[in-house]
Design a protein around this ligand. Sequence first.
Ligand code: NDP
Length: 330
Amino acid sequence: SREVHLVARPEGEPEPSDFALVEATVPDPGPDQILVRNHWISVDPYMRGRMKDVESYIPPFRLDEVMTGGAVGTVVDSNLDGVAAGTTVRHFLGWREHALLDPGSFEIVDTTIAPAQAYLGVLGLTGLTAYAGLKRIAPVAKGEVVFVSGAAGAVGSTAAQLAKCLGAAKVIGSAGGPEKSKRIVEDFGYDAAVDYKAGDVEGQLRAAAPDGIDVYFDNVGGDHLRAALATLRPHGRVALCGAISQYNAAEPVPGPDNLFLAVGKRLTLRGFIAGDHVDLAPEYARLAAVLLRDGRLRSEETVVAGIENAVEAFLGLLRGANTGKMLVRL
Ligand code: NDP
């Protein structure tokens, strides 16, 4: 059974040599434990933060140990009453082919609603992040204009679709390159696209929203946040979800130089971590099930095969190799 270890803390962009694929023996489950064969593992931008040895909302990965992350798999051996072999579960011991799990450290998922891997994406933390951002952190009201950065990605593409379901009149997205910009309009229901790689994010945003925006869902930070501050209407709201433009920065990056606009425009900027909003999960799960069934929510994925390619999937994610959720199928 193979697993991925972090063997060096990256400076700037991570390198394949910062990781190692390690052979491990398949453990036997002890009393009340289950053994799971992972079939899907999640690679996520926040994992870049865990590679740094700094205090954060989640502890750093330890060197020369298997990394952790979201995973879905099938129970292959069980000593736990009520959980039979063949059950599909979601848990947090990813980056490995087999996981040994204690009671309380996994959830059984219902694969009749959606395929197993959706529980790492649109029906997982990705979906909850998008929902919490637009329902609680920067609530969208009917008829409003919403701007989403990281628009072709997992959280962004879900946020855009949810914004429409929550009543937004117009949703503008930003993505890297002409192809992705075209796809977000054609496939994810955005009304207009900003191609940030073409430059002048603010100019493109203003052209797409001549009367301004009401809500900004920020996955990117930097120039995108600056452009949103300039374009937000009075009493606008910003959900600070991520800042992927700076995750590989080796030095501190300057903040937006126009933050003072938040004063005169009475803006609300609020950061959040989806895990603090799990109370919204049941209502989101009910809504998402209906939207998926009606085709109003699409579960988009980019799939890389094999644990030996998990690192490449992660590195690709940071470079924009994905549309929708980046997943590794084992
Ligand atoms: P994505 O699927 O959005 O993948 C990352 C995307 O980031 C890439 O596809 C790429 O798209 C884009 N990107 C990479 N570098 C840059 C850059 N310099 N400028 C702009 N875009 C860039 O990942 P997720 O949906 O999982 O995560 C999106 C954001 O949400 C991240 O910032 C993440 O940290 C955050 N997040 C926050 C959570 C929370 O609880 N607060 C929970 C989950 C995610 P492109 O090709 O368009 O460049």
